[in-house]
Design a protein around this ligand. Sequence first.
Ligand code: SUG
Length: 441
Amino acid sequence: MYQGELNFDGLIGPTHNYSGLSEGNIASSKNSKKTSNPKKAALQGLKKMKLLIEMGIPQGIFLPHERPSLSFLRTQGFSGSDADIVGSAAKISSLLLNQSYSASSMWAANAATFSPSVDCQDAIAHITPANLFSMQHRRIEANFTYQQLNLIFKSSHFKIHKPIKSTDLMSDEGAANHLRITNSHLKKGIQVFVYGRDTSKESLNFVARQSRAASEYIANSHKLDMKQTFFLKQNMKAINSGSFHNDIVSLATENVFIFHEEAFEDSKHKIQKIKNSLKAQEDNFFIEISKNDIPLDILVNSYLLNSQLVRNSSGDMTFIMPTEVNNYSECKEWLVWIKENTPIKDFKYVDIKQSMMNGGGPACLRFKIVVNKDEFNNINPNFLLNPDLIKRLEALINNSYRDTLEIKDLTDPELINESYTILDNLTQIFKTGSIYNFQKE
Ligand code: SUG
C-alpha cells in the first residue's frame, strides 16, 4: 500500500487552443491565435504522467471540463439550440466564445489547495477548489472542479470545501501559490501561502491573481497551525516579468525550497523567519537563485522552476523540467551547481510544448497531494492511471482528437458534438455515470 506524494494531472481536453486569454501570461499572449494540436497536447501530457508512474509515484488524473461551456454562454444572455448559442456568441463576442471553449482546466495546479492531514489540527486532509476569480475563462472551472474532487476523494478522509465565494478581494488560484516545506512528506510541515495583493487594487502592469484575504481564509478553514503558516507577498517585479503565479519563480518539495532572489517582497527577512521556525530540524536546503546567475526574465522564459521535484527510489531527488530549459546556458550552469551541492542528482526533461505555449509547465499540469496509506485507500481508483487506462486513453486521443485547431474552428457548430462525444466516452472509461450538463439534459 502506498503513502507519500502523488499527483493528479488534468487530461488535456479536445478543444485545447491558443486564444490569448491570459493577460500577464507572456506565452499565452505571444502565441495568441496560433494553430494548436490538441492530439499532440494530450499525448504529451499523458507521457509526462507515465514518467511519474515509471518512477514509482502513483499518478491520478482529472477529467477535462465540459467545453464549450454552454451554461456559461447562457449566463451571458445567449439562448436557443446549442448551435444557436455558439453561432450568436461567434457573431456578438468572439471573446466570450473563446472563453467558453478554453481547455484551461488542464493546469491542475490551479484546481485547488491541498493540506495534508498531518498539518491540520483536526487530522483530516483539507482541499479547497480555487475560485479562479481573476480570469473569466478560468472562473468557470470552479464548480466542476468541486464536483470532480467529490467524485475522487472520499468525504470520510478528505474535507472538500466549497470554492471561496468569488469577489475581487477573495481571489484564489490554488496550489500554484502555495508551498509546503517538511523533513519528509508525512511529517508535519510548514505551509507558505504566496499572494500578489493585499487589497483589491494594486499598481501593477499585470493582474495580481492571488489575494492575501483568500490565502488567509484557506489557511484558517484548513485548520492549520498558524505558528507553522507563513504568508509571503510576490515581488511586483516578478509579476511584472510574467510570473503570474508564484510557481514560476519558486518551488518546494520536502526539505528543498528553491526561490529566486526577486520572487518575494522583503525576501531576506521573510525567508529568515521561515528558516528560524525550522531550526530544530536538520538538513534543510534553502536555495536562493541570484539575479546575477539567472535574471528573472530568463527564469520566466525557461520555466526552470515550474518543474516537478520528486523523491526517487534511491532516496535522492529527480528534477523533471520542460525541455525549454536546455535553451538557456544560465540554467544549465546552475543545474551543474545544483547536482554537486544538493540532494537533486537526477534530471529529466519532458516535451510539453503544446501546454508551454499557453504558459503551462510540468508543475502547472499537476495537483500535488500527500497521503498516508489509509487516505490512499480512500481515493477513487478509477481516477488512478494504470497501463490499461493509459492504453484506452491513448486510443481515444489518437482516434478522436484533432491534430489542428484554429481559433476560427471554434465557430464551427460541429465542434460542439465532437467535443461532447469525446467527453461522453471518457465518462464511460472512468465509469463516472453522467457528470456533464449535456449528459443530464
Ligand atoms: O491561467 N493559461 C493558464 C496557465 C496556467 C499556468 N499555471 C500555473 N502557473 N500553475 C493561465 O494563464 C491560457 C489560455 C489561452 O490563452 O488560451 C491560460 O489560461
